[in-house]
Each structure stands twice: as structure tokens, then as C-alpha cells.
Design a protein around this ligand. Sequence first.
Ligand code: TRP
Length: 324
Amino acid sequence: MKKRVLSGMRATGRLHLGHYFGALKNWVVLQDECDCYYMSSDWHALTTDYADTSKIDENTLEMVADWITVGIDPQKAVIFKQSMVTQHSELFLILSMISPLGWLERCPTYKDQIKEIKNKDLNNYGFLGYPVLMAADILLYKADTVPVGEDQLSHLEFTREITRRFNNFYGDVLIEPKEQLTKSARVPGLDGRKMSKSYGNSIFLGEEDDVLKEKVRNMFTDPLKIRKDDPGHPDGCVAFAFHEIFNKEYKKREEECKNGSMSCVACKKQLTEMLSEFMKPLTEKRKAVISDKTYLRNVINTGNQKAKETAQKTMLEIRQALKF
Ligand code: TRP
């Protein structure tokens, strides 16, 4: 039996290298080995973007275009949109009945975001229930494997706990999923913080060459390396972190930096070339994919149908288990 995989991303628009190395690269591999469902999570986007929903649909198209650009194949994986498979909301409602408030209030992502996001009022029932919706997403497909980044681990733990609670009350219907952490490198943002759209420190998939060059030029480097032959400190240098990903000979670069035989300007020049080479085919493919909205909508509609079939089967079992 093939493994069943479900993963999703909040529909917040274009994706960057952090998404690629942190998740998508792995998604592409999994589609050949497993039965994969990849979801644009537009209801999760609603938990924070509820006041302005005008971009959410467009964001799904932009994101799915990125998925296809990097090699997610609609013939292999089911690509769908959460809000079009309404069974997610039905299971969300049922799970919400058995979700202890304490589990949700203690969730680290919830506490962090309430503290950090100040420009939006997140004191809402739906936002507290974010992990419940995510559990419904996973359990509806009886996914055993969920490829996610570290930041989602507490949600996976919640999903497993709620699965046990559900199965305890109503019988063994739901499957406890396991996370699959992406081993690949962490890509820092241009300023050294985590790469994140909201920090304005991202390199987007399909970035145009001139923008890419400018971004590399502005990348944070070792502030102690002032003259070109000063010895540098690759640890904490963003340009070096990128070399670790894109340059096979990054060990040599580490030495050259430390012993002062290479300037930051030369180091960045080489990085720009490597990044351009990586990006060029993506930029071309992305343009073609995003320009064909009919194709994109067809891919999503077909995926919605397939996802719905699976979700309906699980909901039938759940209704029986609850004696409805
Ligand atoms: N919460 C995830 C994130 O922010 C997105 C997501 C929604 C998800 N539903 C999911 C991921 C189900 C994995 C499985 O990245």
C-alpha cells in the first residue's frame, strides 16, 4: 500500500526560496512514491486575513502556479482548494466539539502569534481553532504522512491527540498521522532573519534577473569584514548560507572567506551567477503557467473533485461512528 500524504499551504500568494527548500522540494519527491494531496488552505488564510478577502482566490492561483513551476505534477498529485471541499468544515465542526480549550490555548503557535501580530485583531474563535481545522484537513484523507516544517509540529501533535480522543469516544475510524520533517537546509532571508514575505526579506520563485541581482547585492554579510582581504566569519553570513545551498564547493569558500583571500563582492558575484542559473528556467516556466489561468483553474477543479471523493468516504464513516 502506498503511503497517503496530505500537506497544505496557507493561500498567501507567491512563494519564495524558503518555501521551496523547506517544503516544495520534498513534495516533488513524494509525488512519485506516495498518494499525495496538496491543498491550498484558503480557510486558514481567512483566520488572519478575514478583514480583506479580496486577494485570497488570486493567491491560490499564484501559489498553485508556483507548485507547478517547481515540478508538482497534477497528473501525479491531487492539487485542490480547501474551501471547495466543504467536508473540511463538517469535520472541523465535529472535532471542535471534542477539542479542549486548554489544548488550543496552550498551543505555542497560537501564543506566539497573538503576541507578535499586532496589526490585526486575532482574538477570534476561528483563530483559536486553527489547529482544529488543520486536524480536519489531515484526518479527512486518512493521511499517515504529513510533510511540514518545524513550525507546524505542535499542530501535528494536536492532530494526534484529537485523533486518539475521537477514536476513544467513537471507535477506531481516524488514523494518527506522522510528520515528515524536511531535512533540507534552512534558507535565511536577505537580512538574516527567517525568510518571510511579511519581513520583506524574500527571494521569490521566478524572480526576474535584475531584481535577483539587486537582492544579492543587499544581502547581509559579515559586518567585521570591511576590507576585501579582512578575514571573514561565514557563520551568520547570509551569502555564505546561500553558498551552502547552491555551491557544491562551499567548503572551499568557507576557507577563502576565513583566510581573507576572497572579497564579499567577488563572493556575491559568484553567488549571483549560481542563483541566476537556478532561477532562469523557473522564471520562464512560471510566466507560461501563470498566463494560462484556464489551465490553472482546470487543474484545481479536477483536484477538488478527486479530493471530494476521498473526503466524502471518510465523512460517511464518521457519521456512522457518531450514529448520525
Ligand atoms: N498550517 C500550515 C502552515 O501554515 C498549512 C496547513 C493547513 C497544513 N492545513 C494543513 C499543513 C494540513 C499540513 C497539513 O504552513
